[in-house]
Design a protein around this ligand. Sequence first.
Ligand code: LLP
Length: 427
Amino acid sequence: MHHFSDRDGILHAEDIPLPTIAEAVGTPCYVYSTATLTRHYHAFANAFANLGATVCYAMKANGNRAVLRLLTELGAGVDVVSGGELALALAAGAPAERIVFSGVGKTEGELEAALRAGVHQINVESEPELDALDAVARRLGLRAPIAIRVNPDVDAATHAKITTGRAENKFGIEWTSARRVFRRAVTLEGIAVKGIALHIGSQILDLAPFEVAFRKIRDLVALLRADGVTVERLDLGGGLGVVYHDHHDVPPDPAAYAGIVRRTLGDLGCALTIEPGRAIAGNAGVLLSRVIYRKAGITRTFVIVDAAMNDLIRPAMYDSHHHIRPVTVPPPGTDTTPMDVVGPVCESGDTFARDHPLPVSLAAGDLVAFMTAGAYCAVMAGQYNGRPLVPEVLVDGDRFHVVRRRPTVAEMAALEDLPPWMTGTGE
Ligand code: LLP
C-alpha cells in the first residue's frame, strides 16, 4: 500500500497535489511519501518484533539523507556498501552500532573507516578480504566484528542482473568452502567471528527460495557449532519484491517472510538482522515528469517526456516496467491508446515503456507519474547528455521539502578543469 492517490481527479502525494510540486520544483523530480516509508518500516519491524531482529535498511535503494533520518529515527539500522554510504549514513545520524557494512570489494581504506566508526558488523565476502580486514584491525589494535557472507547457491527466480545467491554470482564465499573459511577466521587475531550473512537477490516475489536458503543456513550453523565456531548472529539480507505490474505482481507479505524465518532459524538463539531496501522505499516514491511533445510516428505514437534514462535507468538496464499515470485523471469515458513513452536522450534505449495505455487526450504540458520509483531510481541517476541530477522531494502530510536540489549547470561544469597546456597558463 502507498500514499499516492487521486483526489478530485488529481494525483496527490499524501495531501499535496503533484502539480503543486511540479510548479515549485520543476520537472523531472522524485517525490517520496513519509507515510509510506514509515508504514513499510513498521511492517518489517512489527513482523520481526518477537524475533528480536534489527531492520538494517539497505540505503543503496534510496540513500537520501532525509529518508535515512526518517528511518533511523523510527529505529532502523542501515546496511551500507561503500565508504561513501558509510559516511553519508553517519552524517544522516545513523548510530554506528546499527550499521552493517556489506559489499564484495571493500578497500582497506573503507575497512579502516568502518572499524574506526565502530560499526556493528562487517560482512566479509572473500578470503582475501578476510586477510585484509585482519591486518587492518590488528594495525588499529582492534578486533573486527564480522559475519561471513556465504553464497547458498539458491536460485531466487528473479532478473539475472539482480540475482546474487547462485554459485556463478560474484557474491559471498562459495558454499563448499564456507566451513573451512570459518574455521580459519576464528584463528585470526584481528577478527571476531559473530555469524553468517547471506543475500540471495532482489525483487523476489516468491518466498520459496528464502526457505530453501534459510534451511541451508540452519544446516551450516549446526556444522559450524560442531566445529566449535560461535554463531551468534544471522544477517539474512534483503530481497523482498514490490509491485511494478499492478494486476500481475503479488508482493510477499513481510509477516509471511518473518514466519519462514521463525520456522527455519527462530530456535537457533541467534540475533537476527534483515536488510530490506526496495520493500521499504520502492512504492514510497514516484518520478514526476512533464510531456514535452506528443509525436505521431507512422507506426507508433511517441510521448516524449522530460525525464530520461539518466534519471530513471531501470527500464533501460533491466527491461523493468514502471507504471505511468497521468497526474490529471481524464474525464470518465476517455479512451486510452497505446503509446511509447520515451525521454529526450539520444539513444533508442531511452524508452520507458512501449504500448503503454494512456489517455488519448494526453498532450504536451501534461504531467505524468512513474510509479514505484522510490528504490533504485534517484540513486542510480546520472548526468548523461548534460542533464543535471534529478532533484528529490519529501512529502509529509500537507508539507513538502526539496531534500536534494537540482544542481545548476554551472555547478556541474565547476567539477571539470582544463589542463594548463590548453589554457596557455602552463608549460
Ligand atoms: N543486502 C545486500 C547485501 C544487497 O546486495 C542488497 C541489494 C540488499 C540488501 C537490498 O535488497 P532489496 O531488499 O532492495 O531487494 N538496482 C537493482 C537492485 C540491486 C539490488 C542490489 N542488492 C534494481 O534496480 O532492481
